[in-house]
Design a binder for this molecule. Sequence first.
Ligand SMILES: *Cc1c(COP(=O)(O)O)cnc(C)c1O
Length: 355
Amino acid sequence: MRPIVAEISEQALAHNLAQVRRYAPHAKVLAVVKANAYGHGLLNAARGLKQTDAFAVLNIREAVTLRDAGYQHPILLLEGVFSAEEMALVDRYRLDTVVSHHMQLQWLLQSQPNMPLRVYLKLDSGMHRLGFQPADYQPALDSLSASANVSEVVLMTHFANSDLADGVTQAMDIVAQVMGTQAYKRSLANSAAVIQQPHTHADWVRPGIMLYGATPIAEKSAASLGLSPVMTLRSALIGVQEIAAGESVGYGSLFTADQPTRVGIVACGYADGYPRHAPTGTPIAVNGVLTRTLGRVSMDMLAVDISDIPQAAIGSAVELWGNLVPVDAVAQASGTIGYELLCAVTARVPVHVID
Ligand SMILES: *Cc1c(COP(=O)(O)O)cnc(C)c1O
């Protein structure tokens, strides 16, 4: 067995869910488990998050996977259905669905569900991806509330800038104008808004990244927000090199030693999902000691500086990210965000649930 593994902590998931409830004590929680639960494995994550009030997924396959595993929670399709035919599956699997444009509205109104459905009506509050324009929102709401196919409408929007300290002001103005004082329940907040925009919490919050213990806010570490990393990406040294000043490591010879350097070779590369653009100096831990990567990440390997870790040898434990090395620190060094790294772990990396 190649030594790489992604360990998933169910305790950390439960802890982070409890943190969501601490930040938003009056809201119910739609735990977002799209993208294979941000790379953690849909069913692994669902087990750790079973205390949630509901799940949110991207497509029907994910929803069916949860139902087949026995989850009775409400399950929301975050982008709604992609065709009229899918409405039959929404009915059969008792799913909640987003309606964000006129065709979805027609598909829903013309479907014949056995039981009326809970529908989230999406407003475009300035992101300009999905959602009804403010002027079209009330007519859509009127036709939903008049339909026998609908048991409940939840008013919904998604913020473009909730990670910025005053990033929801404009969007909340639009929400106030359009949703007004309607008696319907509302769902507005993603993780960043859960953490720093309490006036957006409303009835249902939709946290994703914070459940996995990474930060939604660039300037704030996950630890400082009370979040625990769920995934630890571990591997081991499979080679050790002693190089002299002037010698280089890896493809392109991007790192050249300026003094005698002890180099460890780690069984992890971009084919495992580690970012190829991580530069020399990206944080990594060997034998529990923080150090730095050296040179270019290759497909199956990368190099680390073990000059100051004399006990490091072939077989020594390496943490690519987890408790010692926040995934957000690797992401920042690589010019991306923790979300992308977690989602990008590839299928060849075995996933083990711990605790
Ligand atoms: C992905 C998603 C979320 C979760 O966002 P995070 O930033 O991960 O908390 C919430 N709502 C919608 C509509 C989404 O697509």
